[in-house]
Design a protein around this ligand. Structure first.
Ligand code: ADP
Length: 156
């Protein structure tokens, strides 16, 4: 039985995140999508809201569950029995940071596997989605429709 952990902020989930989760679910028996509860970072959506959206977006995927964690992702992986962290790499800009994290997490006992982002989604980030919606731009097709509706609801 292999189990992967896909950690992130998911504020909110984008189609780029979902592509990585879907592909991980084909490679591993189980996937736990783990929302980081970062008390030092102000988020647009609460952890519960982010988990709700992830649950709705991954409901069709067998073996995928959604959870949250604080602190070290390696500790969370050990608690969950996840053997590997799976992350998407968008561009070289992700590389330095992700490489450092992967090496530190390996030192703490958990391997990381990287999936190359789908070319259509390499420019997607939650922050860009929030920014474009706040300015009235169109992000149709880049996040699930119910995520777009919730983003619009959050805007003043
Ligand atoms: P962001 O706010 O930049 O979207 P997150 O912390 O929510 O970042 O993302 C969690 C992980 O999901 C990232 O570390 C990255 O590995 C992956 N990821 C984010 N966006 C994409 C994307 N568009 N395509 C592939 N992987 C992505």
């Amino acid at each position: 039985m292999t189990k992967a952990c896909c950690p992130g902020s998911f504020d909110p989930v984008t189609n780029g995140h979902l592509d990585v989760v879907e592909r991980a679910s084909r490679l591993f028996d189980e996937v736990v999508v783990a929302v980081l509860e970062n008390l030092n970072k102000r988020a647009l959506f609460s952890v519960e809201e982010r988990m709700e959206m992830l649950r709705e977006a991954t409901a069709h995927l067998e073996g995928v569950k959604v959870s949250s964690f604080q602190g070290l992702v390696t500790e969370f992986c050990k608690q969950e029995g996840a053997d590997v962290i799976v992350k998407g790499l968008r561009a070289v800009t992700d590389f330095d940071y992700e490489m450092q994290m992967a090496q530190m997490n390996k030192r703490m006992g958990v391997e990381t596997a990287f999936l190359a982002a789908k070319p259509d989604y390499t420019y997607l980030s939650s922050s860009l989605m929030r920014e474009v919606v706040a300015l009235g731009g169109d992000i149709d097709g880049l996040v699930p429709p119910f995520v777009l509706a919730r983003l619009k609801d959050k805007m003043p």
